[in-house]
Design a protein around this ligand. Structure first.
Ligand code: PRT
Ligand code: ZN
Length: 291
């Protein structure tokens, strides 16, 4: 670990290219952080926040952060648990969502994880797979390969695979079916152990911005018209940040109601609002939510 006492900025490691790169850059932008030069360089300076960005292979990010060469990193949880480095997860980032799953040839029956006993499993995640097998009391042979894991059963290299899945189409196209989800993953912010007080403060500011962006994405602004005699019922359905805003409409006997709805209960509440007499419902995305 680098003690790092002098450093007045945060050094952030993100993926140079690949699935997490664009969303990592987008999140920084949504946090109001402008990165000056292009990503073809090894590093770039932010113009309006004390952050320097290092562009690295995702597999190397946990090590760089553990060593204190970078202070923080954006990387998949799957990589962190596989690499088992001394870093702390400070915030989930809400993108790069996927699952690490066991898959077997489509035609095979799969009664339980006991199916895997004595089988050969191809994977790029030997540590996570091994933990899973131990938790199930199953012994299997793990065959570590670094890419194209999904072709292993087809060429006779393995009986089963364990790989990342998002849509499931790679498994489907290779005649495989998903039988166990052993790990759920998303991109997270990791930090090294020895941040100095300035860096701790900067990280708090960054996390506050990330949380505001995430909250905004999970919520929608809703405006609707309500007959005054139904207002009480309609308001009871709406949470709002404190309570809903109610404004009189020019038309006598009607009000405009404004509130914020969480994505998760969104459709349920909309349906109930309509039943309760709400009309002209508008739903608008929120850019930032500062709590
Ligand atoms: O070059 P570098 O080492 O930096 O990148 P990489 O090639 O090792 O990683 P990359 O860019 O493929 O993935 C980076 C991270 O994205 C992973 O570590 C995960 O945290 C996350 N992620 C999210 C995924 C997927 N979804 C994903 N679907 N990583 C890989 N896949 C692959 C999977 O391995 C399989 O080949 O996509 C295929 C399956 O996708 P579906 O949609 O067909 O199911
Ligand atoms: Zn990688």
């Amino acid at each position: 670990m680098t003690a790092n006492n002098e450093c007045k900025k945060l050094r952030l490691a993100i993926q140079k290219s690949g699935r997490l790169h664009d969303d990592s850059m987008k999140l920084l932008k949504e946090c109001g952080i402008d990165i000056s030069n292009g990503v073809n360089k090894l590093k770039a300076e932010a113009t309006n926040f004390p952050i320097e960005v290092f562009f690295l292979r995702d597999d190397d990010i946990p090590q760089y952060v553990e060593d204190g060469v970078a202070d923080i990193g954006f990387v998949g949880e799957n990589v962190i648990f596989e690499k088992n480095k001394q870093v702390t997860i400070a915030e989930k980032l809400g993108f790069g969502k996927c699952r690490l799953s066991i898959a077997i040839p489509k035609g095979q029956d799969y009664p339980s994880s006991k199916y895997l006993q004595g089988k050969k499993i191809a994977t790029s995640y030997p540590v996570i797979v091994n933990n899973y097998l131990q938790s199930q009391g199953v012994t299997a042979e793990i065959h570590e390969i670094s890419g194209s894991v999904e072709i292993a059963p087809g060429i006779g290299l393995a009986d089963a695979i364990c790989d990342l899945v998002s849509s499931g189409s790679t498994l489907f196209m290779n005649g495989l079916k998903e039988v166990e989800v052993i790990f759920e993953s998303q991109a997270v912010l990791i930090k090294q152990a020895a941040l100095n007080p300035t860096q701790v403060q900067l990280l708090e500011r960054l996390i506050f911005r990330i949380q505001s962006v995430k909250k905004a994405k999970n919520n929608k602004y809703i405006l609707l018209n309500a007959p005054n005699d139904r207002l009480k019922d309609i308001i009871s359905l709406l949470p709002g940040m404190k309570s809903p805003t109610v404004l009189p409409l020019a038309t006598e006997g009607w009000s405009s109601v404004h509130s914020v709805l969480n994505e998760n209960d969104f459709w349920n509440i909309i349906e109930q609002l309509k039943e309760a007499g709400a009309e002209g419902i508008l739903v608008v995305p929120i850019e930032k939510m500062i709590m």
